[in-house]
Design a protein around this ligand. Structure first.
Ligand code: RIB
Length: 304
């Protein structure tokens, strides 16, 4: 069974659905309000765990009631939370506006912002969680010092690491060399590599850089040429929130389970395509059984 460790954010999403985003100084009426479980880290952990990976979450929540619920949700999804820190900050939150299924997000780190390198260091010193992982995943809703520390440690320990650079922030080129997989969307790619041509970038990082293109799929370089892996065609998009996270969690599960790079991306695209047909960042993340029911699931995909 694939062992995946996710270092990242665990948040509550406060979601407002409306027909139009308000202009500065304007008030518009919303159609619906809901809260759901989110945080890019937690979303990716849920996506990989639902598919069958033995998943461990590392990060922080507050000592508030949100923190209890956030941990309970991860546990309900079979994720180990024994090493998630409880800190005095409020638990992380995200304020999401949904218009026609597409989101815009204000993220408030709270406890996620308190997950310090020392906390991660003590996990590494005390145990084997990181050391025994087939793949470690991290995103940019965790403090930069902690992400940078993790990248260096995984490289030292020879543990493969996937960096999903969302939300976008610049990163030191030397650190980038230590990352096994880098999965920006188009906007994030432009922030990481300002002014650089995408084809040249893909060629520079073969089998490492995967640029996700939303409904247009994802691109990577296989060592010989650029490959475009199409996304699933979906009749009705309900909510794109967390689609990238589902892609990352599913890609990680598939690759750690022995699928090729291209098949792992196909698998990730299928999972993301299924996820956007349900509301919320985590609700639509599919199980392996749900994946198998879809005609795009390849019979020869075997998971070690
Ligand atoms: O990627 C989607 C996630 O990002 C949401 O669940 C929300 O928590 C935001 O931060």
């Amino acid at each position: 069974m694939a062992k995946i460790t996710v270092v990242g954010s665990i948040s509550t999403d406060f979601v407002v659905e409306t027909d139009r985003r308000p202009l500065m100084g304007e008030t518009v009426e919303g159609k619906a309000f809901s809260t759901s479980f989110g945080g890019k880290g937690a979303n990716q952990a849920v996506a990989s765990a639902r598919l069958g990976a033995a998943t461990t979450m590392l990060g922080a929540v507050g000592v508030d009631s949100f923190g209890e619920e956030l941990l309970g949700n991860l546990e309900d999804n079979g994720i180990s939370v024994n090493n998630v820190e409880r800190v005095t900050h409020s638990s992380g939150s995200a304020f999401i506006t949904l218009v026609d299924g597409d989101n815009s997000i204000i993220y408030v780190p709270g406890a996620n912002g308190a997950y310090a390198p020392e906390m991660l260091e003590s996990v590494i010193e005390q145990g084997t969680i990181i050391q025994s992982s087939d793949l470690v995943m991290v995103q940019n809703e965790t403090p930069v010092e902690t992400v940078n520390f993790l990248i260096s440690k995984c490289s030292e320990l020879n543990v493969p690491l996937l960096l999903n650079p969302a939300p976008a922030r610049e990163i030191d080129r030397e650190l980038l060399e230590k990352v096994t997989f880098l999965t920006p969307n188009e906007t994030e790619c432009d922030v990481l590599f300002p002014g650089e041509d995408r084809s040249t970038l893909l060629e520079r990082y073969p089998n490492k850089l995967i640029v996700t293109l939303g409904s247009k799929g994802a691109v990577f370089h296989d060592g010989e040429r650029i490959q475009t892996v199409p996304s699933l065609t979906v009749d009705k998009v309900v909510d794109t929130t967390g689609a990238g996270d589902t892609f990352n969690g599913a890609f990680a599960f598939a690759h750690a389970s022995g699928l090729t790079m291209k098949d792992s991306i196909r698998f990730g695209n299928l999972a993301a395509g299924l996820s956007i047909q349900k509301p919320g960042a985590q609700t639509g993340a599919p199980t392996l059984e749900q994946m198998k029911e879809h005609e795009d699931f390849e019979k020869e995909w075997n998971f070690k």
